[in-house]
Design a protein around this ligand. Structure first.
Ligand SMILES: [Zn+2]
Ligand SMILES: [Zn+2]
Length: 414
């Protein structure tokens, strides 16, 4: 089969590799129909996540058709259309029983590597380095899905690939970011980073009852999307001082809830951001954390900082004193995708959730995006900027990495 393989910094190739096979009775083989490139795939592309090996198959956002199931997979049949969570979970361990799926104790065969660095390992992840299990990813024609009796969710024929695909990661990730932000009715929510996760965090903040959502980025196209589809007020950090602007917009209080949807490759022009870039370039530091510092600094006293952005290592000049002094709450981590599959599919199909139709029974502060204003359900496809065949993935990675804003989300189709 054809697969997108990693060979080093900014070097991904279309390769012919052996087809995946059932290795365990709980496996399924999926023929991938749609897969997406994630912002966090660019961390791999730029080689800032350790333990990648030449030839690793990329991709953790995918969906497709079941073509083979192991003997113990009773919930799926050949021919089912499914979307697959990027976090791999066994369903049986202490953490899975507590629905902390991304912390599964049994799905990372290389747990000892992660444990050396982190104390304990999280779950295995598709296509995301050997530290997270070394699983072949879904940017391929076929993929082996372990614990297929637990993760994949069936999708009805009435839901298109493009509507369902983002349930694999970014829609649940944006949603959990808003959930983790402890949003109360009437709160002001600030979101750093208006990539796809930031866009979905903005949307989700309204669902949780925010009265204002403020989006922060430097890319004008992304800010426009946040305004047009997310009803957000926007701050361009290239043009204005973010903390002064937030202070003024919130009557000197600061936002109640701050969401860092940027992660470890934050851009910025302030002294601390330049310092991070130098340290990362000289291998003296691992993470560029300017957005996180700013979120902590700007958050109101007693507020919450929610961190869906990915961090990998040891964070330098972390303003922990500010976080402590202001009594902030913080929440973070990989998304427990499994929890959100059905509720968010229901949002998309309009099943069981009033959207912003004319029936008037939505929550008083539910300012859903323009994308779903005229439909019953939430349409997440507005973030897609490019649809390309799988074979053009190397160009797609390059374009996404070099994008100044024209590329928000690439969907690769088989
Ligand atoms: Zn992703
Ligand atoms: Zn488990």
């Amino acid at each position: 089969m054809k697969a997108i393989c990693w060979y080093g910094k900014q070097d991904v190739r279309v390769e012919t590799v052996p087809d995946p096979q059932i290795l365990n009775p709980r496996d399924a083989i999926i023929r991938v129909t749609s897969t997406a490139i994630c912002g966090s795939d660019l961390h791999l592309y730029n080689n800032v996540i350790p333990s990648m090996q030449a030839g690793d198959i990329l991709g953790h956002e995918f969906m497709g058709e079941v073509v083979e199931v192991g003997q113990k997979v009773e919930n799926l049949s050949v021919g089912d259309r499914v979307v697959v969570p990027f976090t791999i979970a066994c369903g049986n361990c202490f953490f899975c029983q507590k629905k902390l799926w991304s912390l599964c104790d049994n799905s990372n065969p290389n747990a000892s590597t992660a444990a050396k660095m982190y104390g304990y390992s999280g779950s295995g992840l598709f296509g995301y380095s050997h530290m997270f299990g070394g699983y072949a990813g879904g940017q391929a024609e076929y993929v082996r899905v372990p614990f297929a009796d637990v993760g994949p969710m069936k999708i009805g024929e009435q839901v298109s690939d493009e509507h369902a695909l983002f349930l694999s990661d970014i829609l649940p990730t944006g949603y959990m970011a808003a959930e983790n932000a402890n949003i109360n009715e009437g709160d002001t929510v600030a979101v750093w980073g208006c990539g796809p996760v930031g866009q979905f965090a903005i949307q989700s903040a309204w669902w949780f009852g925010a009265s204002r959502v403020i989006a922060i980025d430097q890319v004008e196209q992304r800010l426009t999307m946040a305004r047009d589809h997310g009803n957000a007020e926007t701050i361009n950090f290239d043009e204005v001082d973010v903390s002064a602007a937030l202070n003024e917009m919130t009557g000197g209080m600061g936002p109640d809830c701050c969401i860092d949807a940027v992660g470890l490759e934050a851009h910025g022009t302030s002294p601390d951001a330049i310092y991070d870039r130098v340290k990362q370039a000289t291998y003296l530091g691992t993470d560029r954390i300017h957005a996180l510092r700013q979120a902590i600094y700007c958050c109101r006293k007693g507020g919450t900082v929610s961190i869906p952005g990915v961090y990998g290592g040891f964070l330098d000049k972390m303003p922990f004193g500010a976080a402590f002094g202001k009594g902030l709450k913080m929440a973070m981590g990989q998304t427990h995708v499994h929890n959100y599959l059905q509720p968010l599919l229901d949002r998309i199909t309009g099943n069981g959730h009033a959207s912003t139709g004319s029936d008037g029974d939505q929550a008083p502060h539910d300012q859903s995006t323009s994308a779903n204003r005229n439909n019953r359900g939430f349409d997440p496809t507005y973030i897609i900027s490019h649809r390309l065949p799988l074979s053009e993935a190397p160009d797609a990675y390059r374009m996404f990495n070099e994008s100044k804003g024209e590329c928000t989300k690439v969907v690769l189709q088989n």
